[in-house]
Design a protein around this ligand. Structure first.
Ligand SMILES: [Zn+2]
Ligand SMILES: [Zn+2]
Length: 319
């Protein structure tokens, strides 16, 4: 019997000796047992996401079973090429910024952490980010701006991440956010101590060696191993993958035989994130719940499932 089954069986044993009517106490016990046996770290959520109220976010995270959630702030609103003249403000999702996230986390310290962020080509970018790293931010994220991935301003951010020993999470989206994915190995080599988390369409589409048309953001069908993303994960100890969002779910579900092997090969490198803006916390609108269910279904064994849903994030973010 593995640890999870043991804890579940123990929880059931508790239920059977509970003298109180099961209708009163059973849900509380099973919720508790589930959270204790299967803590989940969600490394990718947003505050104010598509206008979602805080109370709904809290209920959403409880519903998907996230015991710890990292909130990724937007940079400040700015009208300039790197924000596509303001289109990318709020991470193109109405996400709130550093101060709102830091304040929310102070009130919900038991279950939430936050990242620090800024529009990278503002003069004040590293000063702003550093001030929130000093206040406890656990990563620099979400970097989702129209800049070259090896530009001087991005390199300043990588150097700051190195100085504070925090990861950088990047949204890779062809012609929109973080340009030059095919050159990123130069940054992985130049900043070997910085942990980079890859996320979004171009990152996940590039698991496939035959992904040649970069304008296709959600490719379907069988995956040929050896894509650029697969190679970055294999070849660079500082490259990690964020399983969040529609792009992550698409990559996990398009070729399940590939996925089983991919999850095993990169079991120390992949981290669960939800990045969903729904208000349900389950069902067909909730990406996070579907990603968790897919990880549970396709992980080769319970140990790998635990690594992807919890252990890797605990280690990478020192939670
Ligand atoms: Zn994103
Ligand atoms: Zn959701």
């Amino acid at each position: 019997m593995n640890r999870r089954d043991f804890l579940r069986t123990s929880a059931l044993a508790l239920l059977t000796v509970d003298p109180r009517p099961s209708t009163e106490r059973a849900p509380a016990y099973s919720d508790f047992a589930q959270a204790a046996a299967d803590p989940i770290i969600d490394i990718h959520q947003h505050l104010g996401y598509s206008g979602r109220p805080d109370a709904v976010l809290l209920a959403h995270q409880r519903a998907i079973g996230a015991t710890t959630t990292i909130l990724l702030p937007a940079g400040r609103p700015a009208t300039r090429p790197s924000t596509h003249d303001g289109l990318a403000n709020g991470l193109q999702a109405q996400a709130l910024g550093n101060e709102a996230c830091a304040r929310f986390v102070r009130a919900h310290r038991n279950a939430f952490r936050f990242g620090a962020n800024e529009v990278p080509d503002l003069d004040s970018a590293t000063r702003e980010i550093e001030s929130y790293l000093k206040r406890g931010a656990v990563m620099i994220a979400e970097q989702k701006f129209g800049v070259e991935c090896d530009s001087p301003e991005m390199q300043k951010i990588y150097a700051l991440a190195g100085a504070h020993d925090v990861p950088v999470l990047m949204h890779w989206q062809f012609t929109m956010y973080n340009f030059g994915f095919e050159r990123f190995h130069t940054m992985l080599e130049k900043f070997p101590r910085v942990k980079f988390l890859g996320h979004a369409q171009t990152w996940w589409a590039s698991i496939d060696r035959n992904h040649t048309d970069q304008t296709v953001l959600y490719p379907k069908g069988p995956v040929t191993p050896g894509g650029l993303t697969d190679r970055y994960l294999s070849d660079y100890p500082n490259m990690y993958g964020d399983l969040a969002a529609g792009s992550g779910l698409n990559a996990l579900t398009r070729d399940e035989d590939f996925t089983r092997d991919f999850l095993t090969r990169h079991r120390h490198k992949l981290l669960f994130g939800s990045d969903c803006d729904d208000r349900e916390g389950g069902g067909p609108t909730c990406l996070g719940a579907q990603i968790i269910a897919t990880i549970r279904r396709l992980a080769a064994n319970p140990e790998i499932e635990r690594q992807l849903l919890h252990d890797n994030a605990k280690r990478v973010f020192r939670l």
